[in-house]
Design a protein around this ligand. Structure first.
Ligand SMILES: Nc1nc2c(ncn2[C@@H]2O[C@H](COP(=O)(O)OP(=O)(O)OP(=O)(O)O)[C@@H](O)[C@H]2O)c(=O)[nH]1
Ligand SMILES: [Mg+2]
Length: 429
């Protein structure tokens, strides 16, 4: 279990990669190794516990997913000199939306890749979405080296990942790349435990901490929402999120700002790393019980990316001008041009929203591999800021429109940066 010490600085990290490459197994191996190391604190968990497969409620809801992670897990543990908030996300294509929203809450990502097959579609996609969400540091763990038949393939995998990480604007050349086998480490094989222990050292010392601004206003971005009433009380909600700016304290009056509502709330309790606190500073991952909601408040209206702010500190908006970079097909992007009027699913911080793109000037279409300036009008209000980076996916590689079928979100079509937040045209309801 965690100690109460908040003297250790906080690192936020996520394990990303293709479905089945061993992310959750690596997390289980990390927790087991931390549990054994002096000065570290972690609660050892099995892969089944991390994936919540022993929870009957989970089984009832997610029968369609026979294996792997469906619901992302948020963990906390301590290395010798740091506290770590760790998100283990799903690598399934269908779950990318849910995985990507959590990447806005971390500073660093551990790329897990299967040594016997190398990086695949969701490895590349999650790296791009992590970079679009602001992740600037990557570590690679080439997993399943116990079954890798061709040692030369490991060098190819390493080179490929260094290139992709450099391509998204992070330091691929100096990225730490480890070769291991989390599954074997978990069974107690000492040789394979070495790379897991090296990964702990990297988390403890090598990854840089992101500085946060602790001055007002307070902005907390919500990333995990609990639908059930805490303690059965309808006027309260239980939420989790990251303090992006300022500090939050118990008893503080804040505004809960969603795309379709604004509600005054008071902070009833704050918890981080399983410990209750009187306050929490910028960069902290916290769980909060909020009180003071009207009995009629419908918690199903809460969305990831909703904010908890000091009154009037920020406004949610739905229109912006952005520079968009359309990925080339070899980068996992679309094969056809994008036209004005196309709908995309935009990832903005912890929020996602469907938006319509209009090219400026309204030309014939933008080819994959090029950059365009465009106006994006979202269907809901979210937190927007000049300079904010984003990622976007599109419907059926552009073919949904022609076949008339419903839009189905396919791979990531591009990334971008907000140049200007524009005035609202959509009335708030
Ligand atoms: N041979 C071998 N198999 C491994 C190793 N690590 C994990 N596996 C196996 O790989 C499979 C997938 O492991 P997970 O940890 O669930 O993979 P994941 O990346 O979390 O998958 P998603 O959550 O669905 O994205 C399991 O059957 C593991 O037992 C390893 O080091 N060697
Ligand atoms: Mg998993």
């Amino acid at each position: 279990m965690s100690t109460t010490s908040r003297e250790k600085p906080l690192l936020s990290v996520a394990t990303i990669g293709h479905h089945g490459d061993g992310k959750t197994t690596l997390v289980a191996a990390l927790l087991a190794a931390l549990d054994q190391r002096p000065g570290c604190h972690a609660e050892a968990k099995t892969v089944e516990q991390l994936d919540r497969r022993d929870d009957p409620g989970f089984v009832a809801h997610y029968q369609a997913y026979p294996s792997g992670t469906v619901l992302p897990t948020k963990l906390s543990y301590e290395t010798l000199s740091r506290r770590v908030a760790h998100f283990d996300v799903s690598g399934r294509r269908k779950r990318v939306r849910s995985s990507a929203t959590l990447l806005a809450s971390v500073d660093s990502a551990i790329i897990v890749v299967d040594a016997s097959v190398g990086p695949r579609a969701q490895t590349f996609e999650l790296i791009r979405l992590a970079a679009a969400a602001g992740v600037r540091q990557f570590v690679t763990f080439i997993n399943k080296c116990d079954i890798a038949e061709d040692p030369e393939l490991l060098d190819v995998i390493e080179t490929e990942l260094r290139e992709v990480v450099s391509d998204v604007g992070a330091d691929g050349d100096d990225m730490v790349v480890l070769r291991g086998a989390a599954g074997q480490a978990l069974t107690g094989d000492r040789n394979w435990q070495l790379p897991v222990n090296t990964l702990i050292d990297v988390l403890d010392r090598e990854l840089q901490l992101t500085p946060y601004d602790a001055t007002p206003p307070t902005v907390v971005a919500l990333d995990i929402l609990h639908r059930r009433h805490p303690l059965g009380e309808p006027k309260k909600v239980l939420v989790e999120g990251i303090v992006r700016h300022g500090t939050v304290s118990r008893g503080q009056h804040l505004t809960l700002l969603g795309s379709r509502f604004e509600a005054p709330v008071a902070v009833r309790s704050i918890e981080s790393f399983h410990v209750r606190h009187e306050d929490a500073g910028a960069g902290e991952h916290i769980g909060l019980v909020l009180e003071g909601l009207s009995k009629r408040f419908n918690r199903n209206r809460l969305r990831k990316g909703d904010l908890l702010i000091t009154e009037n500190a920020r406004q949610l908006r739905h229109r912006f001008r952005a520079r968009l970079h359309l990925l080339h097909p070899y980068q996992g992007g679309r094969h056809t041009p994008m036209f004005s009027g196309d709908e995309v699913l935009v990832f903005l911080g912890s929020a996602t929203a469907v938006g319509t793109v209009t090219m400026i000037p309204d030309s014939l279409g933008a080819m994959p591999g090029t950059e365009v300036i465009a106006e994006v009008v979202l269907k809901r209000h979210v937190y927007l800021q000049e300079g904010m980076t984003l990622g976007f996916r599109d419907g059926c590689d552009g073919f949904a429109r022609e076949t008339g079928g419903p839009p189905q979100w396919s791979g990531t079509a591009g990334t971008g940066v907000i140049l200007e937040v524009l005035h609202d045209t959509l009335p708030k309801t």
